[in-house]
Design a binder for this molecule. Structure first.
Ligand code: F6R
Length: 585
């Protein structure tokens, strides 16, 4: 989703901004722009499409500037709607959504002000200009007081060429400081790549940024001291190496993601909490939600503690009833997903203990939660989540074992250790899946069926295929199809069936017969050798403790989505209309 970069210092700003924007490209965007201030004037370059289009504008003079990658919300992706927005003496970049933008815009129109874009963001520049009577900081504060919704902004003023102002409200913003230079960015990689000290702004905080120092302010505008956040060099952008796409590289990294996640120490202070936990709530979105659905079976099977899995955007507005002794797991790769953060905050307000299961150290969700458990998938560049899903499952399985132990139930921890080597074998075996993809490129719709733990895998397989190949599809509980959706199944609807649960296998096979009887071709992914010849297209994957099987069974589906998308000429790393971190509601 949108990215912000700002720079002030001894170097020419434009190259730093462009490099920073490139490091944020993985978030997903549709247009980009930069504004550089020199001699009291802004030079602004905006382009629809990629950041590299901005480079063609040549080097822009000036040591202070702001840049942005935009993911359209209000107004189509276009040069006109790209940020920065300049009005009067001010240039602004904005991430987030202004909920009262229509009323604010109306006020500006009443004042006779003209708008250059259809965005909500442009009103910010108008309101700052309107509030400005010579004091830059005060004007920004007065304007921000009028905004409601979520925003992270960076602002320049042509009267103040030696400073930049940043404000955060419900959308992440990091300030970086170096030797006679400073930056602001929506995400760590842009700052980490410059080796700067990083400071994460909290909601309501702002920063007055100069090359030789930064003053941070709390929400009451009092100056505050802040501690820098630590980050690893992994925050720097990984390289593709021998792989054609990051998605394929990241699928190959699944075994490492799983083993590193399982090696991560589990905080012993959680044991007391686990002993008293009577119900688990998992809140998450998208792929992370599917990891919750799949992990529910492992937690309930091993620990016999009931688990409810909620889509975070539903949970936050459902006036939820949490049982006493509830433990909430907020699962997120980025740790910046607005709905998941809001769900975690609400759960805390309702008295629950919240554990963030997160891949990005220092992300906003970790600040909200009582505890953070880290998946160690490493940076995920491809917009479609793959290795982070497997790492989430590994962590949630480990959690299930610890919970089982805390509840006095025996648990075979050693079986967890096998998951990484088994994942490596599954990646190898799944190479054959490329042969299946030809049949999928012509599909009208693709069904993914599974029961029990396999249902979560089916949901994720379907989401992967949809988001990167743009083929319609559905993940369905195998037993539910006959209650209506079977009407859609026919020759042009390939059906992928997951079969890893012995106790449910015959039941799932009923669904196989039902869809075959309607002319559909079945593609079976199974760990049960007895079913190796059950259909003409069967991939036998390694078997493991059955409630852990989604961590393996999803791998062929991730690869199926990848190969189908590539055969259809799609870019799997940058699917349309999907952002890597969804920081708006
Ligand atoms: C799918 C995908 C999204 C994310 C979802 C939650 O491939 O990437 O569905 O899973 O936006 O993101 P996180 O895990 O960062 O909270």
């Amino acid at each position: 989703m949108c990215g912000i970069v700002g720079y002030i210092g001894r170097r020419s700003a434009a190259p730093v901004l462009l490099e920073g924007l490139k490091r944020l490209e993985y978030r997903g965007y549709d247009s980009a722009g930069i504004a550089v201030l020199q001699g009291g004037c802004f030079t602004v370059v905006k382009r629809k499409g990629r950041v590299r289009e901005l480079e063609r504008a040549g080097n822009l003079e000036g040591n202070v500037g702001i840049g942005h990658t935009r993911w359209a919300t209000h107004g189509a992706p276009s040069e006109r709607n790209a940020h920065p927005h300049v009005y009067g003496k001010f240039a602004v970049v904005h991430n987030g959504i202004l909920e009262n933008f229509a009323a604010l815009k109306e006020e500006c129109l009443q004042r006779g002000e003209a708008f250059a874009s259809e965005t909500d963001s442009e009103v910010i520049a108008h309101f700052i200009a309107h509030a400005y009577h010579g004091d830059f900081l005060q004007a920004v504060r007065d304007a921000v007081a009028r905004l409601s919704g979520s925003f992270a902004i960076a602002v320049l003023c042509s009267d103040y060429p030696d400073c930049m102002i940043a404000v955060r409200e419900k959308s992440p913003l990091i300030v970086g400081t170096g030797e006679k230079e400073a930056m602001v960015a929506s995400d760590l990689p842009a700052i980490a790549a410059e080796g700067m000290r990083a400071y994460s702004l909290a909601d309501g905080e702002s920063a007055l940024i100069r090359a030789d120092g930064v003053v941070f302010y709390d929400s009451d505008c009092h100056p505050i001291e802040k501690n820098s956040v630590s980050y690893s060099c992994e925050s720097d952008a990984p390289r593709l190496g021998e792989y054609p796409h990051f998605m394929l590289k990241e699928i190959a990294e699944i075994p490492k993601s799983v083993s590193r996640t399982l090696e991560e120490p589990f905080p012993s202070e959680l044991d007391g909490l686990l002993r008293s936990t009577e119900r688990i709530y998992i809140v998450a979105c998208g792929t992370a939600y599917h990891s919750g659905i799949a992990a529910k079976y492992a937690i309930e099977t091993l620990a016999r503690v009931p688990v409810e899995v909620h889509i975070a955007s539903e949970f936050r507005y459902s006036d939820p009833i949490l049982s006493p002794h509830a433990l909430v797991l907020a699962v997120s790769q980025s740790g910046e997903t607005a709905d998941t953060i809001a769900a975690a905050k609400l759960a805390k307000e309702l008295g629950a203990t919240v554990i963030a299961v997160v891949n990005v150290v220092g992300s906003s969700l970790t600040e909200v939660a009582d505890f953070a458990l880290y998946t160690r998938a490493g940076r995920e560049i491809s917009v479609a989540a793959t290795k982070s899903f497997n790492a989430q499952l590994a962590l949630l399985y480990r959690f299930a074992c610890r919970l089982a132990e805390a509840k006095g139930r025996s648990c075979d921890f050693a079986s967890l250790k096998n998951l990484a080597p088994l994942a490596a074998r599954t990646v190898e075996l799944s190479r054959r899946i490329a042969e299946w993809s030809g049949d999928f490129t012509r599909a009208k719709c693709v069904y993914f069926l599974g029961r029990g733990a396999d249902y979560g895998t089916a949901l994720e397989g379907s989401l992967k295929l949809k988001e990167i190949s743009y083929l319609p599809g559905e993940g369905y509980p195998a037993g539910e199809l006959k209650h209506g959706s079977l009407a859609l199944v026919g020759r042009d609807t390939p059906v992928v069936v997951l079969l890893t649960q012995t106790a449910l296998a015959e039941k799932t096979m009923n669904a196989v017969h039902e869809v075959e009887a309607r002319g559909a071709t079945v593609y079976l992914v199974t760990s049960l050798r007895d079913y190796a010849d059950a259909t003409a297209h069967t991939l036998v994957i390694p078997s493991c403790v059955e409630c852990f099987s989604p961590v393996l069974a999803v791998i062929p589906l991730q690869l199926l989505a990848y190969h189908t998308a590539v055969s259809m000429g799609r870019d799997p790393d940058k699917p349309r209309n999907l952002a890597k971190s969804v920081t708006v509601e």
